[in-house]
Write a protein that binds this ligand. Structure first.
Ligand SMILES: Nc1ncnc2c1ncn2[C@@H]1O[C@H](COP(=O)(O)OS(=O)(=O)O)[C@@H](OP(=O)(O)O)[C@H]1O
Length: 331
């Protein structure tokens, strides 16, 4: 079968209701196997996991954002779990005292659902309407692929990204911990690194993902907050304050004096969450181990796995891809 011209982000026009038509569309698009063994499909210039392709299109077609929603957007392995814990805690600090937080017994991914996981169809999820505001959802979609209602309503988007070298190393380990396929051995790392540089990885290309949200943030900073994992690591207090203000839930002076920011930061820290029984032993739908979301939580761990030559290649790529954008990551 002939390959179709790649759609110019006409994603919302695809009908997700007929399985056969959808399979037909899938067959016309470029596909690759990711370095971890999972099939990828290229759509609107983005490499998506085949297993999430139809749910993503359905989310685009059906998800109705509300003005009060908060949408967390990330590339995988960039701080999603941390951001979920923080935003959930900020929004619910007057509902649950810190020592009774649902985070103590539930993995953050159970408290803040992914749009990609079939939670967007009201007929399938009548409770979606009744979730108290603010509803918090997350997605790995590129900015240009987001459901129109997210861009068109007053809902707010919080994006977090991470140095590409650490993001890649984190992803390689995540895949091997969940037995997706290949171990994080040197061969797999070489292959993963090369595919990453070509932009072929889940939700890649990295550069396009980050630039999409960076430009959206520059255009409308009140709509899109742009965060870096490394900045949260460096100064969590100021970042938590910034996130709370952006969400429309600023800390009062009284809360600050009572140490509320420190309490939330402490509860959501890597050390705290990774030591909870639920995150040591549980799993998500029997597929993903909760423990695989908490590995080291460090900046610069890539130096233990990637060579200086690899870092140089990424640096050159960043120089050319981000040129003139004002965006940069320290390696
Ligand atoms: N609370 C907290 N604080 C700091 N760092 C944390 C935290 N929770 C998770 N992590 C680290 O984030 C990496 C996982 O990324 P994501 O949460 O984006 O993964 S996922 O996309 O949701 O699968 C992964 O990074 P690496 O340790 O480098 O692999 C996790 O350890």
């Amino acid at each position: 079968m002939e390959k179709k011209e790649e759609p110019e982000c006409s994603c919302a026009e695809v009908d997700d209701s007929s399985k056969d038509e959808f399979q037909e569309l899938l067959r016309t698009l470029e596909q690759r196997v990711n370095w971890d063994g999972l099939p990828l499909v290229k759509y609107c210039g983005c490499w998506l996991l085949v297993m999430l392709f139809r749910p993503i299109i359905a989310a685009q077609n059906h998800f109705k954002a509300k003005d009060t929603d908060i949408i967390l957007t990330t590339m995988p392995k960039s701080g999603t779990t941390w951001l979920k814990a923080l935003t959930f805690s900020i929004a619910n600090r007057n509902v649950f005292p810190i020592d009774q937080s649902p985070l103590l017994t539930s993995n953050p991914h159970m408290l803040v659902p992914f749009l990609e996981l079939n939670i967007y169809k009201e007929q399938d999820n009548p409770d979606l309407e009744t979730i108290p505001s603010p509803r918090i959802f997350s997605t790995h979609m590129h900015f240009k692929m987001l459901p129109d209602s997210i861009r068109e309503t007053d809902c707010r988007i919080i994006y977090i990204c991470r140095n590409p070298l650490d993001q890649l190393v984190s992803h390689i380990h995540f895949s091997s911990q969940n037995n997706f396929g290949k171990d994080a051995d040197p061969v797999a790392i070489d292959e993963a690194f090369d595919m990453f540089c070509q932009g072929i990885n889940s939700f890649g290309p990295f550069w396009d993902h980050v630039l999409g949200y960076w430009n959206a943030h520059l255009e409308n900073p009140g709509k899109v907050l742009f965060l870096k994992y490394e900045d949260l690591k460096e100064d969590i207090t100021s970042q938590v304050k910034k996130i709370a203000e952006f969400m429309g839930f600023p800390f009062s002076l009284e809360e600050e004096e009572q140490g509320m920011i420190d309490q939330i930061s402490g509860l959501c820290s890597f050390e705290s969450l990774s030591n909870l029984t639920v995150n040591k032993r549980g799993d998500i739908n029997g597929i993903l181990k909760n423990s695989s979301f908490f590995r080291k939580g460090q900046v610069g761990d890539w130096t233990n796995y990637l060579t200086p030559a690899m870092a140089e290649r990424i640096k050159k790529l960043m120089d050319s891809k981000f040129e003139g954008s004002g965006l940069m990551f320290n390696t």
